[in-house]
Design a protein around this ligand. Structure first.
Ligand SMILES: Nc1nc2c(c(=O)[nH]1)N[C@H]1C(S)=C(S)[C@@H](COP(=O)(O)O)O[C@H]1N2
Ligand SMILES: [Mo]
Length: 421
């Protein structure tokens, strides 16, 4: 980065040099909360042919997915809001970074502030990742296993594959200067404090290990070649590829870097396994499991006696998908599906070289894998379609997911009902 005059030049210069004098904190004037009664939590259109609207959350309808399109467009992306989408002005926005895990420790009031221009002056990269809510598939605990769980009754539509654009978090941390003793980073959103059951839990925030920060964490300002939509974190969100969606904090306001383990209710109370057969000290959830979905309406009607191609997708937070087995007769017989995407599980990595600079080649991540199967002249009747995926790390979908109170990680093979007539 070079030093030049104009707003933000001082911070850029300091970032480049890896040293920084205390900067006066400027934030707060940039944020307008939509606190008005009746104001929508989600701002983008949610047409009924593409979304199931749960109020503060909305899931993508799998029957609206175009089998020819690999990436999910932002307009089609599910929304999960604990609060309501805030309106943030990029001109006065700043990301604050503080904590004793910095080489030059900073208290909260002494935080480094990075303006939009500071951030955009950093080397940009692209990264394709599976973006998924921890509770995806939750309603199947009730409908398939007879044990209802607490929370939004998603079917399988709180998942996407997104090609994000932004700057690696490690780039930012290294330029600011990191202590070798740093162990934990806490990301906090600028949306309103989360109030539930009369308790104010403070702003949505979740800590994650420094190893993830230095591996593939991204500060994203765009997706599919456009700025983030307000509902998806404008102007800046964190992306923790492959990890539970709650880790990818939207409307990112601050990062605390610490020499001790940080906590928040989002890793001590929620987003860990409770109830069922789980121990009381089950660890916070991190990497998403393996799951699959058919690109069909739930209870679809399909034509009898006609040969037809059925499509779907499988994904894993850990690794690309290696194989997918499908059953067209409720699980009696199985056949391998034909995989449409290459073994990196994505097409994004050879689409775009414009953003690649220096040693960062971009797109180390992976997306989901599309697949298809030909159904030859099915006989009339009702049956269930099943898909069972295995990822390159060797993880396979189970037939039953052990119950937990909040319905996280439903990864069992789903029985998708269809009628042939
Ligand atoms: N600030 C903030 N970040 C957040 C949330 C939130 O409510 N507030 N929800 C989280 C959850 S639970 C998920 S699954 C993802 C959803 O991201 P999306 O709405 O862009 O799809 O954002 C995460 N980041
Ligand atoms: Mo989530």
């Amino acid at each position: 980065m070079t030093s030049h005059s104009g707003p933000g030049a001082t911070r850029r210069t300091l970032l480049a040099a890896g040293v920084a004098a205390p900067l006066v904190s400027v934030i707060g004037g940039s944020l307008t909360q939509r606190a008005t009664a009746g104001a929508p939590s989600i701002l983008k259109p949610l047409p009924a042919d593409r979304f199931v609207d749960f109020g503060t959350n909305a899931e993508m309808r799998w029957d609206s997915v175009d089998p020819r399109r690999f990436l999910t467009r932002q307009r089609d992306l599910f929304v999960r809001n604990h609060t309501a989408t805030p309106t943030i002005d990029r001109a006065t926005y700043a990301l604050r970074v503080h904590g004793d895990g910095l080489a030059d420790p900073r208290t909260e009031s002494e935080a480094h502030t990075l303006s939009w221009r500071d951030l955009r002056a950093l080397p940009s990269t692209t990264l394709t990742s599976v973006h998924e809510c921890t509770g995806n598939g939750r309603s199947l605990f009730a409908t398939q296993q007879g044990t209802p769980a607490n929370g939004t009754a998603w079917t399988l539509g709180s998942v996407a594959t997104v090609r994000w654009e932004g700057v690696r978090l490690r780039t930012v941390l290294r330029r600011l200067g990191l202590s070798p003793d740093a162990v934990s980073v806490q990301a906090t959103g600028l949306d309103a404090p989360y109030v539930s059951g009369g308790v104010d839990h403070g702003r949505v925030r979740r800590p994650f290990p420094i190893a993830k920060a230095l591996d593939d964490a991204l500060l994203a300002w765009g997706a599919d070649g456009a700025p983030l939509l307000p509902d998806h974190g404008y102007p800046l969100r964190l992306v923790l590829p492959g990890w539970v969606g709650i880790g990818s904090i939207k409307w990112l306001g601050s990062l605390e870097v610490s020499r001790r383990e940080l906590t928040s209710p989002w890793n001590t109370t929620w987003y860990r396994m409770t109830g069922g057969a789980y121990p009381v000290d089950a660890p916070p959830l991190t990497v998403n499991p393996v799951r699959s979905a058919w690109e069909l309406p739930w209870g679809a009607t399909l034509p009898a006696g006609r040969s037809q191609v059925l499509t779907g997708r499988s994904w894993s937070g850990l690794a690309p998908i290696r194989r997918v087995d499908v059953s067209l007769d409720g699980g009696r017989t199985w056949t391998p599906a034909r995989l449409e995407d290459d073994d990196r599980g994505g097409h994004g990595h050879h689409e775009d070289h414009r953003h690649h600079r220096g040693r960062d080649r971009g797109d180390r991540g992976h997306g989901w894998t599309r697949w298809s199967v030909r159904w030859r002249r099915p006989a009339p009747g009702t049956t269930a379609l099943l898909a069972r995926a295995t990822d390159r790390a060797g993880r396979t979908q189970p037939l039953v997911t052990p119950f937990n109170d909040n319905g996280y990680f439903f990864d069992a093979v789903v029985r998708h009902p269809v009628t042939v007539s």
